[in-house]
Design a protein around this ligand. Sequence first.
Ligand SMILES: Cc1cc2nc3c(=O)[nH]c(=O)nc-3n(C[C@H](O)[C@H](O)[C@H](O)COP(=O)(O)O)c2cc1C
Length: 199
Amino acid sequence: MKFIDIAKNRYTTKKYLGGRKLDRDIIDQLKEILRMCPSSINSQPWKFTFIEDQELKNQLALSSRHNDERVRNASLIVVFSAMNEVGIFEEHLTKNLPPRALDYFTNNIKPRGEAEIKVWMQHQVYISLGFFLAACASMGLDSTPMEGIIRDDYDKALGITGYRTMFAVAVGFRDPEDENQPTITPKLRRPLEDVITEK
Ligand SMILES: Cc1cc2nc3c(=O)[nH]c(=O)nc-3n(C[C@H](O)[C@H](O)[C@H](O)COP(=O)(O)O)c2cc1C
């Protein structure tokens, strides 16, 4: 399928068919796709937690506000976390990346201070969200990005330390009755001339 068609047909799934598992090969591909995601200076300040276990999904559903049903019924929940300690991030840069990455960070990002460094790391994690949603659609998988979760509860339930949960994505198969799919509810987008400028 052409990417333009993927963009027009993917949508935020609100209702899943429960009880359907993803093939192991698909899960492995999703992991590798996330690992391959681009980031500024190749910083990769992220962690992705894959959850298929029904009991854990049920537990997380209790901390997922209006998304509870999606978390319970989707085949897979992926939790996206950002590195949350500048010292650990610098250690990672020094150990794993060419010196120019650390130089760039030291000269351009670090002077902004701790709060902005964390926001910068979180921006990278959001890039992986777009990458992942497009990948899911290209693989014929339905998905739901979810910021509407209680992040502290997720950190606690998953034992996440040194990182901070940003959002989660449900992945699976839509209930054919899901009213949010574009064939039932057309996509709502700003007009092209409002969002694109040519000079
Ligand atoms: C960062 C982010 C967080 C979102 N959080 C939620 C959420 O918690 N629950 C939900 O049902 N949809 C959530 N959405 C879905 C948006 O509402 C949706 O993408 C938007 O309305 C456009 O619709 P479409 O994805 O169907 O094209 C989120 C989307 C993004 C990008």
